[in-house]
Design a binder for this molecule. Structure first.
Ligand code: F6P
Length: 328
């Protein structure tokens, strides 16, 4: 394995996700293993443009594999979308002697990295970190598995009170404009209905399905609503519609929000992060760039950033059918 690169930077960008710290740890330790200097960049592209750097060594990343969030902080940067912003970033990298970057984030992060590479021929490698699991080229993004477990635990708690009061709950979950969290949690929590952007159930069919559940003797119901769902403008309007069109149900809403992004990463995410960090650094050492590491058939593979960004992560249709059968 060639080892011309002497100094690598690592940053986290976009919505944080459990497992990002484990990935930072893996990047730093893989650099140390190969006698490559590693520099942490705070606050994603914002910190990059400001030269907000921290020299990292194997000890800098102790005790973080089990921590949610990101010790390097994260930010969404509008300025990096400008030529001037990227020029600033390049100047900072030159000043610090950083020769390549590992970018931990989502499609927005990778888009910025790809443009930066085109403009400056600067080597970049992506690690997919977002709870949404909406990135092409990997079966799992970092944080997705942890978020599923966090959300299913929250839904179980809500089901306790729903069944105690014979209530119908609409529970909104994150996922931006895809339904992976909603679909998996819906099946995992035994929800009566799952509303996802990829499938337009329609309000009347929803009411009909809920009526069927009630007639089959269900005294309470859980409906998981992906935040990107198109069926109703908001989960609160769904409640109003069901209130007006269904008798006999006391309806409530719970929006889980940002707690879905927190918590200690699952073992799966810690292992995935560790594998991805090694692959990212060693791919840069081999002179590769503009690629994203991903999990495909349980192997760590490389996908061109352009494909990762442009590709669509498909909903699991078999799982969708399972959810329909389970709602019987
Ligand atoms: O991309 C991760 C995510 O949590 C989405 O699921 C959600 O829609 C978005 O970030 C929220 O963004 P912010 O943290 O900026 O409010």
């Amino acid at each position: 394995m060639s080892n011309k690169i002497k100094k690598i930077g690592v940053l986290t960008s976009g919505g944080d996700a459990p497992g990002m710290n484990a990935a930072i740890r893996s990047v730093v330790r893989t650099c140390a293993y190969h006698n490559i200097e590693c520099v942490g960049v705070y606050r994603g592209y914002e910190g990059l443009m400001e030269g907000d750097f921290k020299e990292m060594n194997a000890r800098s990343v102790k005790d973080i594999i089990n921590k949610g969030g990101t010790i390097l902080k994260s930010a969404r940067s509008k300025e990096f979308r400008t030529v001037e912003g990227r020029q600033l970033a390049y100047t900072q990298l030159q000043k610090k002697g950083i020769e390549a970057l590992v970018l931990i984030g989502g499609d927005g992060t990778f888009t910025g990295g790809m443009i930066f590479n085109e403009e400056y021929n600067f080597p970049v490698m992506g690690i997919p970190g977002t709870i949404d699991n909406d990135i092409f080229g990997t079966s799992h993004t970092l944080g997705f598995d942890t978020a599923l477990n966090t959300v299913v635990e929250a839904v179980d708690k809500i089901r306790d009170t729903a069944s105690s009061h014979n209530r119908l709950f609409f529970i909104e979950v994150m996922g931006r404009d895809v339904g992976h969290i909603a679909l998996n949690v819906g099946v995992g929590s035994g929800a009566e209905e799952i509303l996802i952007p990829e499938e337009d159930l329609g309000l009347d069919r929803l009411v009909e399905s809920l009526r069927r559940s009630k007639n089959s003797g269900k005294s309470s119901s859980i409906v998981i609503v992906a935040e990107g769902d198109k069926i109703g403008k908001s989960v609160f309007e769904l409640k109003d519609y069901v209130d007006e069109n269904m008798e006999g149900y006391d309806v409530r809403v719970s929006v889980l929000g940002h707690m879905q992004r927190g918590g200690a990463p699952s073992c799966f995410d810690r292992v995935l992060a560790s594998r991805m960090g090694v692959k990212a650094v060693e791919s840069l050492m081999e002179g590769k760039t503009n690629l994203m590491v991903g999990l495909l058939n349980n192997e760590i593979e490389l996908t061109p950033l352009e494909k990762a960004i442009k590709g669509k992560s498909k909903i699991n249709l078999e799982l969708l059918r399972v959810s329909e059968i389970m709602a019987t």
